[in-house]
Ligand binder design. Structure first.
Ligand code: ACO
Length: 273
């Protein structure tokens, strides 16, 4: 059964341990207004520690994933309230993207259509990203006279080869799903008609893994990027030891089923939880 956030601009269903969360302002191409940003935080909050949720997928209703920040409500109307209003709106948008970046559960961006500007924040926040071949990605900021802010420049720089990122930011042209794969923005592109099937398949693989190990792995992958090799090695030892204190039996069971029971091979799949 579909549930809705307080203001109805985020919709979600939980089915077979997958939370399908959707931007729900199709008529405004899912542009991120302050209301949407608040509602999204509310929904992330509600789902994060639910036992019946193992993976979160973020997609959009209608032809857009998200058309980025709402130019009227996020920029023009909040700017008109002065600096305090602007900062509040920034905190609310950056806040849920950050929450998503460090989410307890694995997260997948399922980019069904338009993805512009500020949309690169939640796109980057999700651990994995799958796009429709028909989707269009753009740093359109330059087309209306600002730099790609709110982290968008950082996202392009982080995920794309430098020349591609520079071209993308300066030219204001859109790329499709397949090009987004080539340029490193998303993992895979599929025809829109089969996108959800592929994402479901991926989510099911994640659901079969040890959840403590998954959280430790995704955090580690994000943290080590700015560390030296020695710092990373040290962090990873400690991160595994911390994970052991949450999940003393899981990895021992993984070893037991392989070495003693010979019931699976870690090189070929996950142990039986
Ligand atoms: N902010 C506010 N309203 C928006 C936004 C947005 N980012 N995107 C779409 N809308 C509104 C339109 O104003 C329109 O409202 P209306 O029905 O009241 O006139 C409605 O959504 C539908 O939009 P259309 O433009 O009619 O839809 P169409 O399918 O023809 O085009 C497209 C879709 C290409 C996404 C177009 O709406 C567009 O260019 N949007 C802006 C994209 C953008 O540059 N976003 C900002 C990125 S920069 C940043 O995020 C910091």
């Amino acid at each position: 059964m579909t549930e809705y956030s307080s203001n109805g601009v985020v919709a979600y269903d939980v089915e077979d341990r997958i939370a399908w969360v959707r931007f729900n302002r199709a008529e405004k191409r899912n542009a991120m207004s302050p209301t949407l940003n608040r509602d999204m935080m509310e929904v992330l909050d509600a789902l994060e520690f639910r036992d019946d949720v193992g993976v979160l997928v973020l997609s959009g209703e209608g032809p857009a994933w998200t058309a980025g920040m709402d130019l009227k409500e996020y920029f023009r109307e909040t700017e008109a309230t002065g600096l305090a209003g602007t900062r509040k709106a920034q905190r609310e948008s950056y806040g849920w993207w950050r929450r998503l970046r460090w989410y307890q559960k694995p997260t997948i961006a399922m980019v069904n259509g338009w993805c512009f500007g500020g949309g690169y924040g939640p796109l980057f926040a999700c651990d994995l990203a799958f796009a429709a071949e028909e989707a269009k990605f753009g740093l359109s900021e330059i087309n209306w006279g600002i730099l790609p802010g709110g982290g968008a420049t950082k996202v392009a720089q982080e995920l794309m080869p430098f020349r591609k990122a520079m071209y993308h930011a300066m030219m204001g042209e859109n790329i499709d799903g397949k090009t987004a794969v080539e340029w490193g923005l998303v993992n895979e592109a599929h025809p829109l008609a089969t996108l959800k099937d592929r994402v479901t398949e991926v989510a099911k693989v994640l659901l079969a893994k040890n959840p403590v190990a998954l959280k430790a792995t995704k955090d580690a992958m994000k943290r080590v990027g700015v560390m030296s090799y020695d710092d990373a090695e040290d962090y990873l030892v400690r991160a595994q030891e911390a994970a052991n204190s949450f999940d003393n039996e899981g990895r021992k069971e993984g070893i037991r089923q392989f070495i003693d029971e010979k019931s699976y091979k870690p090189g070929l799949g996950a142990y039986d939880k």
